[in-house]
Design a protein around this ligand. Structure first.
Ligand SMILES: Nc1ncnc2c1ncn2[C@@H]1O[C@H](COP(=O)(O)OP(=O)(O)OP(=O)(O)O)[C@@H](O)[C@H]1O
Length: 252
């Protein structure tokens, strides 16, 4: 695996008869917070599903922590939080974590650590149904942290959170990465780009750009992530139009 937590070569995914990822190559280094950015429908969730082994793929290889994606041995080593996390709303926070801990075979100390990491100790006895949206999102993250994963795959973890919570979560992500955890975090909020060690910009199921924010700003001559992304999208659309004049005027 070298120094890569994720290595993808020639990944092809077809959903509903449409190649939503035509052919994708990617390497995600160990111990970084990597942002997966791109417009709605660009394939962020599909790519994450392929990485955690939840997506039927038509071709290519996806290697995670040195093993083929979906391997049984990866189950405990990857924490995955989906956009619609499943927690049991009639149970308390601790009861939800206890349930997940029993499946993972981890003890009460792990539950306490995960609750501390996401700052939910004060809500441990509260039923999920009475939590705020942000608190509920942090319960899902706590569950993902329970097995002390080497790789965290988080699909839009900060959606709907206030700025203070978003900042706190990004601090947690960086704390985890300093301890050697690799994180792949999707977002369509471009201002979160500045918080990532590295950015992968997706468009139409392909990698439009891959590098640090400074690289992207430098390459596009822009001053913020949103402007850089728009410049890259325009550049790619112009390139497409050159190759296929019929596509001229088509939106990205
Ligand atoms: N089950 C499905 N059947 C057919 N098409 C699908 C299916 N699931 C996803 N798609 C299509 O695949 C493409 C990629 O979807 P995906 O959910 O990966 O995008 P995304 O970048 O995560 O979007 P968002 O930011 O809106 O969550 C979209 O065009 C979507 O309509």
């Amino acid at each position: 695996m070298g120094n890569n937590a994720i290595e993808i070569a020639g990944l092809r995914v077809v959903r509903g008869g449409i190649p939503v990822i035509p052919s994708l190559d990617l390497a995600v280094p160990v111990g970084q917070v990597v942002g997966l950015l791109g417009p709605s429908g660009s394939g962020k969730t599909t790519l994450m599903r392929a990485i955690v082994g939840a997506q039927i793929v038509e071709g290519g290889t996806v290697t995670v922590l040195g093993l083929p994606a979906g391997s049984a041995a990866l189950r405990r080593r990857i924490g995955y939080v989906t956009q619609s996390p499943s927690v049991y709303s009639d149970l308390t926070v601790t009861e939800n974590l206890r349930y997940a801990a029993a499946i993972l075979g981890v003890d009460a100390a792990a539950i306490r650590q995960a609750l501390t990491d996401v700052d939910l100790i004060g809500h441990a006895g509260q039923s999920i149904g009475t939590l705020s949206g942000g608190e509920r999102a942090r319960v899902s993250l706590a569950i993902a942290l329970l097995g002390a994963p080497d790789l965290l795959v988080l699909d839009e973890p900060t959606v709907g959170l206030d700025p203070v919570l978003r900042r706190d979560l990004w601090e947690l992500f960086h704390r985890l990465s300093r301890s050697g955890v690799s994180l792949l975090v999707s977002s369509h909020v471009m201002d979160e780009a500045a918080r990532c060690d590295r950015l992968i910009l997706l468009r139409g199921g392909g990698v439009l750009a891959d590098g640090t924010l400074a690289d992207l700003l430098d390459r596009t001559g822009t001053t913020d992530a949103e402007a850089a992304f728009l410049a890259l999208v325009d550049e790619a659309a112009a390139h497409d139009a050159d190759r296929d004049p019929a596509a001229r005027g088509a939106t990205p």
